[in-house]
Design a binder for this molecule. Sequence first.
Ligand code: FAD
Length: 303
Amino acid sequence: MISALRPSRFMPPGHNRIDVSFEFFPPKDEAMEKTLWDSVERLAPLHPSFVSVTYGAGGSTRERTHATVKRILHETGLTPAAHLTCVEATRDEIDAIVRQYHDAGVRHIVALRGDPVSGAGARYQPSPGGYENAADLVRGIKRVSSDFEVSVSAYPERHPDSPTLEADIDMLKRKVDNGATRAITQFFFENDLYFRFLDRVRARGIDIPIVPGILPVQNFHAAKNFATRAGASVPAWLAERFAGLDDDPATRKLIAAAVASEQVIDLLDRGLTSFHFYTMNRADLVYAICHLLGLRPAVQQAA
Ligand code: FAD
């Protein structure tokens, strides 16, 4: 089912299979709910190593994350990873959420600082009585239960709050020292940026997998806005590829598939075997790219 690949310097020895993970966001209404579950159903047979669910600001958004994670756990054979941030909550409140996840059977958390409630770009202030940052949160999660697997973020192009890339890598090191065992990167469009970052991370003695976050461009203008807020660069060649296609969704989709395939195949050729997809709750492009990577739905056994 899965193609065997040459061993990679980026993964633990002996690891020679492709693994993928898919990120979803919790739906806001019934229509979005249907889109999400149709996508989960379509992608599930590809056997991702986990599917993660993002976490927002505000009580109702958070409830939707918890509900989505629990539904994945109970109604699918998938392994959920719950995103969690330090925003607007005390340590006790966050610890209680972590305990609830543990009681429900969740064993993987993506631990993040999060953005200020007023939005990315505003100055971040830790919540009174809350976890200071993502490294602090990782420690708190591990304190609740050491059997949690904890993933964290990494920023090949520097996080916008960070004065230097070195400061980012220092933060990554603190997260790893506190128990994180996987980093998922912010999306990027130039693979060389990822490899330069990886060299610096490895030189700093960080040896956990740094899984590339791949954003298939469902909508170029939305992706560009998202990139600006996230501090990710959008190369001129990418804008050029989507230029003039605003009213041509069919061609846009073909271009999006070509762009993402080119990126992922290049990463594969350069030895990577793990990929995290920002699905935006849409399955088509991600499914096609996974097919290119050699992933096939598991064959159903006859009864
Ligand atoms: P960290 O890794 O803790 O920090 C990033 C950098 O900023 C570090 O260099 C750090 O030193 C620096 N820094 C942190 N705080 C300060 C400060 N006060 N002053 C100066 N420098 C500082 N957001 C959500 O709200 N929900 C999600 O579910 C979510 N999922 C994500 C998943 C992934 C894979 C990624 C890459 C990002 C995700 N985000 C999510 C976005 C993330 O919350 C924001 O980028 C946030 O601004 C930083 O959180 P972090 O844990 O990535 O930061």
